[in-house]
Design a protein around this ligand. Sequence first.
Ligand code: GLN
Length: 482
Amino acid sequence: MLNATLKELSAQLAAKNISSVELTGEYLARIERLNPSLNAFVALDREKSLAQAKSADALIAAGKSSLLTGIPFAQKDIFCAHGWPTTCGSKMLANFVAPYDAHVIEQFNRAGAVNLGKTNMDEFAMGSSNETSYFGKVKNPWNTDAVPGGSSGGSAAAVAARLAPAATGTDTGGSIRQPAALCGISGIKPTYGTVSRYGMIAFASSLDQGGPMAKSAEDCALMLNVMTGFDPRDSTSLEREKEDYTRDLEKPLVGLRIGLPKEYFAAGLSADVAQAVEAALAEYRKLGAVTVDISLPNSQLAIPVYYVLAPAEASSNLARYDGVRYGYRAPEYGDLADMYGKTRAQGFGAEVKRRIMIGTYVLSAGYYDAYYLKAQKLRRLIAQDFSAAFQQCDVIMGPTAPTTAFNLGEKSDDPVSMYLSDIYTIAVNLAGLPGMSIPCGFGSTKLPVGLQIVGDYFAEAKMLNVAHQYQKATDWHLRQPL
Ligand code: GLN
């Protein structure tokens, strides 16, 4: 049952071979057993989850269920869920209980799904290793000395260890794809504006996007069907017709043109990752696809551009944590300015403070043109590279991350080497494009390797088709660590 797909779970529930209360109970028992060593979940509420499961069972009994009804999902702790602690991995929100549901949570609730618990994450989604969480590190279930990736590391570890059938994540620069790669699961960051950011705690608003993390592309497609949709409460939510993301899953790949950016197969890519990705490409050729050499000439600028723009937006978004309205407040202070200062000094961790300082600096009057404006112009060039590339190919492929999971502590004192973990994922966010990662083998230390698939705007159904056909021909996505 731990490897069951969402469709299979749904069929079991519909046939009343298992109830949602039983299914949820089984996952909660597994979490109780394995979470102490993995630290993937930061909040569990047995009663709340089981109450939702009970309502789901009633819907099923009344014949009013839909596909995800009764299935438990782990939710990244960046999504506000009514009555649940919502901490974003920070001391600043350690005692915050959300008074409302994020749009994504609302959609899962409307589908009759069960909230299994909130998953650990890097503080305010800033990180690539899940080591910046105020609630402690998450361990990679394939090797507990290794990081799970970040910032959605709790969700990735939970799915990989089969503590949940699937989970949600968010991706600002790679936080769905990179942890999916490092934990050997599938995850998709949709086109910017496809999933509402309402109730999703803001990091860098022009880049943040929620998405599914699951065992397979097909499961991601089914979740995306529920998670997407226009929401007037998010000014960047796109008003488009609802899509069925499963509609193209079974299409053959004959004639598919896969673009291979030369910059993604250059220095910095570790040999074992390159080998697994090459093997995946060989599999795609067997499925009838052809590969085309392409170039994304400005992609080497993606990390510096991101580390100007994302901190700029973060410095503005995080100004709201001032100890006045909600969240942490320093217990002792003098005047108002002292209260602000002490609250923020005590409530934020080191990486968050580093970003706020960088962001404030690049937005300051004397430096705005030199840094922020320049970065915005380069962002446009990076996006144009992709538009040019999609004239030559249908999807772009390459490694998701340059290495397999690194060891806990290995990069925590070296932010720049940590930032390089996202070298292949960040440009996709800057361009607003959809990107996904699927498992495609193992590296020299027996840790999973992720294959990245990037599509043109709104090409999610095509990407999921491309991923699904590969998963029908291979079994990397079925491997599990525990
Ligand atoms: N690792 C990147 C960062 O720290 C991306 C994080 C994310 O996508 N949320 O900013």
